[in-house]
Design a protein around this ligand. Structure first.
Ligand SMILES: [Zn+2]
Length: 327
């Protein structure tokens, strides 16, 4: 990582950083990717090849038509789920560009870093728009960026590191992540509904053959995942409605009112874009991607036109030193 302005800040904390050991989660995460894809494969197998596929050779035309519709709908939902999942896994959540800083020029950035190094002055820690410097990456952190201890770098608008997707969820893959949860919940709920008749047959000892245990297990998993994913989706929809990340939700001290809350419609469009046709697709156009990056990196939000102690909310009383808590 680059070291802006030729000056560095080093951590003054001597306590053991337990998060450095979290990197093993990345290795475990690769197993989770296989697990997720295997789960999707099992559910699809139980619904299509084992339950509705055989009905295509029925002599009843209505049964054949209904089965074709079910297979098409379920296949589309499964494909969208896999696409959203892989997009979340593979998309970069957003990284801080080399030598980025929130000041008008290098001279201001250097002066600010010197002040952070040698003086004791404080910003209002509740304000997420204050200048922050990452001691581990040795870079300035844009608004809402956080250092991810698992990936070892700062991530733009970081939400959380997710073991299910082996990736940090942030600015550029949050939409794909939400769509993955949505399609996964929809797929599990559909599977539960479509396998209901088979489950009733299973308990009445009418469902025989080697496929019966698989259909039973898949139904139980679908039930559990539908409930858990619905709860998780509801939580993230609440966060989306308030334009708040998971990390920000858990921050003890926050500004009230929350400065990023622009109303539900604009908060939703900030993540999903303005084009309704692409709301259900886990991708951004180049224009949307640039707008998102500019929303994090291109701001000069203060009335004075620049960051600085006169433009920032300063505390009138001594508080937690900025340097010891900046990471
Ligand atoms: Zn960092």
């Amino acid at each position: 990582m680059s070291q802006p302005c030729g000056t560095t800040l080093t951590s003054t904390n001597k306590w053991l950083n337990i998060f450095q050991y979290c990197r093993f989660l990345r290795i475990l995460g690769h197993v989770m990717v296989l697990l997720v894809l295997a789960l999707v494969g099992f559910i699809y197998t139980a619904v299509v090849p084992l339950t509705f596929g055989p009905r295509l050779i029925s002599k009843n035309i209505f049964v054949i038509l209904a089965s074709v519709i079910v297979i098409i709908v379920f296949s589309v939902v499964t494909a969208m789920c896999v696409w959203s999942y892989l997009a979340t896994v593979m998309l970069d959540p957003g990284r801080v560009p080399p030598d980025w800083h929130p000041f008008p020029d290098e001279q201001h950035a250097r002066a600010e870093l010197e002040r952070l190094s040698y003086t004791t002055y404080y910003y209002d820690r509740r304000d997420p728009r204050r200048p922050r410097f990452c001691k581990r990456c040795q870079v300035w952190k844009p608004e809402r960026a956080h250092h991810c201890s698992v990936t070892g770098r700062c991530v733009l608008k970081m939400d959380h590191w997710c073991i299910w997707v082996v990736n940090c969820v942030g600015l550029l893959n949050y939409k794909a992540f939400l769509l993955f949860i949505f399609y996964a919940m929809l797929g599990c709920a559909l599977a539960l509904l479509l396998l209901l008749e088979s489950m009733i047959d299973f308990f009445n000892n009418k469902l025989k053959g080697p496929s019966a245990p698989l259909i039973f297990v898949v139904s139980i998993f679908s039930f559990a995942f539908t409930l858990s994913l619905a709860g998780f989706l509801a939580m993230h929809l609440q966060l989306l409605a308030a334009n708040c990340t998971t990390i920000e939700m858990y921050e003890k001290d926050r500004l009230h009112p929350w400065p990023y809350n622009k109303g539900f419609r604009r908060n939703f469009e900030e993540v999903f874009g303005r084009n309704k046709l692409r709301w259900l697709l886990p991708l951004y156009t180049e224009v949307e991607k640039r707008q998102l990056l500019e929303s994090c990196l291109g701001k000069v939000p203060q009335a004075t036109g620049q960051w600085g102690p006169t433009a920032l909310p300063m505390l009138s009383h001594p508080a937690t030193p900025f340097l010891s808590t900046v990471v």
